[in-house]
Design a protein around this ligand. Structure first.
Ligand code: TA6
Length: 302
């Protein structure tokens, strides 16, 4: 029996959840529930697809994405941990940390009231300690149902405090990014990485996109609304225990420079990321835990 067959035998749920090989042979959990379908790769615990019944795909994954053990999948909801962006003082370290590069362990798949819950774990190891010399346990719960619920718990199982950054770097699929808007950011201070990292204050109740956008909105706990009028849909993004919201679109020139991103794909996506970065990085004493939570709810408009 292959490893995949063993996983299917142990965790598969007839008619609800199946473990199969995705592109590159990467194992993934395929969920088909009465309310929605979706897929989660063990590689990086990457939620790649989420599609409520009767609606179109909510998440974006690049046609050019790698599907290989030592590269991140481009799209879905990558987990950034234990740093966001580049690692300070270490140019050789992988962008956005190592959690999205490693294979997570499947702990359980269960039918729950609001869908199908998949739990994956990642614990510190000799490999992770090459990059980050701390002892931790991570537990990631993904519920695919009327909403997409993603909860990332980090526990400090070491003897000294740890400080880490984290984000669910979610790529939303949109009809045309030039026609969408994002609400819930008005009044927040943001770092504009596309404009020399200048600090600015968001003036718009509905943020629109007209060029490369790379912003870290600081100390904002608001619900966001992504409106996609051409898709006759809006998406509610609730978040708990996260203080920052990152909004990113590479636009035309940056898209061309990203090898695992199609030159024309920039118009089909927007990243709205629930994060704790910089001054809002998380500090845990030995034995302490923290859970970042994001709930995505797609609302079709008649
Ligand atoms: O979240 C926005 C960002 O930090 C951008 O600066 C850009 O680097 C993006 O993430 C993608 O990063 P990646 O390492 O996945 O190519």
């Amino acid at each position: 029996m292959t490893e995949l067959e063993k996983l299917q035998q142990r965790f598969g749920i007839r008619g609800l959840a199946r473990i199969e090989a995705g592109p590159g042979g990467l194992p993934r959990v395929n969920v088909t529930s009465p309310q929605a379908e979706g897929s989660i790769y063990l590689h990086g615990a990457l939620v790649a697809q989420y599609k409520p019944v009767g609606q179109t795909q909510v998440l974006f994954t690049s046609e050019k994405s790698h599907f290989s053990p030592n590269k991140p999948i481009r799209g879905g909801a990558p987990i950034c941990f234990p740093w966001f962006g580049g690692k300070s003082g270490d140019d050789a370290a992988p962008s956005h940390g190592f959690a999205r590069l490693l294979e997570w362990q499947l702990e359980s798949i269960t039918a729950v009231a609001d869908g199908v819950a998949t739990v994956l774990t990642l614990n510190s190891s000799g490999l992770t300690k090459q990059w980050w010399p701390h002892d931790f346990e991570m537990r990631y719960t993904v519920v695919i149902g009327r909403s997409l619920r993603m909860q990332l718990q980090v526990k400090n199982i070491g003897q000294t405090p740890i400080v880490f950054e984290e984000a669910l770097h979610t790529y939303f699929r949109v009809t045309d990014v030039r026609q969408v808007s994002v609400e819930g950011l008005e009044g927040a201070t943001y770092i504009d990485k596309a404009d020399q990292w200048h600090a600015k204050i968001e003036q718009e109740s509905r943020v629109r996109f007209t060029g490369e956008t790379d912003r870290i909105y600081l100390n904002t706990q608001n619900r966001n609304v992504l409106r996609d009028p051409l898709a006759r849909r809006h998406i509610l993004i609730h978040k708990e225990h996260t203080n920052d919201t990152v909004v990113w679109n590479p636009w035309i020139e940056r898209a061309k420079a990203i090898a695992d991103f199609g030159d024309d794909e920039w118009s089909q996506m927007i990243c709205i990321e629930s994060a704790n970065v910089g001054d809002y990085a998380i500090e845990l004493a030995p034995g302490q835990s923290h859970t970042l939570s994001t709930v995505i709810h797609a609302v079709a408009e008649d």
